[in-house]
Write a protein that binds this ligand. Sequence first.
Ligand code: CA
Length: 291
Amino acid sequence: MQNAELILNHESLLGEGPSWDEAAQRLYWVNIMEKKLHIYDPVKQANDTFQLDQYVGAAVKRSTGGLVLALQHGFHTFDLNTEQLTPIEDPESHLPNNRFNDGKCDPAGRFWAGTMAIEGGGNVGALYCLDTDLSVRKAFGGVGCSNGLAWSPDHKTMYYIDTPTRQVAAFDYNIESGEIQNKRIAITIPEGEGGPDGMTIDAEGNLWIAHWGGYKVSKWDPVSGKHLADIPIPAKQVTSCVFGGENLDELYITTARIGLEEQELQKHPHSGGLFRVKTEVKGMATYEFLG
Ligand code: CA
């Protein structure tokens, strides 16, 4: 595997949530704490920025146009031309100290996104599912920091990361109903390697996991639980990754500067940048919201 290359020196406080738009060949990503939505075009090497008025956890493409965002105050549609935000539903309007964090669409086009305390700590978060009829249901609560999501290429398994557990959980996933059951632990990240944050999955069913506080993305077989490879990243807070590019064999990786001491930032000045690495395997495409 090649080394990760810095493609955008951005100094994001909390770069996160990359998703790949195959039709437009561009990357949506967010800067949660600075309330920014970005669109990166790798051909033009241009990064557009939309300034929002609340924390933005995740952005997904909507098949009928525009995006759907998981914001501090719930799910919203976003028109990229007018920059109009339209609320769909806020399932945690009664929890003002929470915000949405990571989210992603499933193979049936539902948008799953979870929450956490704005200040961190406590198991006060939950995982929600915005269905294609725009109804929202709570999948489960008791979540510390809702993060990575992925679905197996055969659509039978959903993977999920609640960062403080250091684990990747697996569920049986019913693509027709969106129901999940039979939770078990697929992967446990060893102590000293940071916490599992965002993740994505390749066409062979292996998971690529960003390590918050761990300077790397790691590759795992979630069926055997075997650790397969590491991609070192010159930034401590590695937050998420997604496959993109013409052949879906380029892994885009987001990072953050939040919580880092000045000494650490001097040692790793590209913390907060966007990185990319060519892989020998193709990734699964990003699913769109079909509602
Ligand atoms: Ca995250």
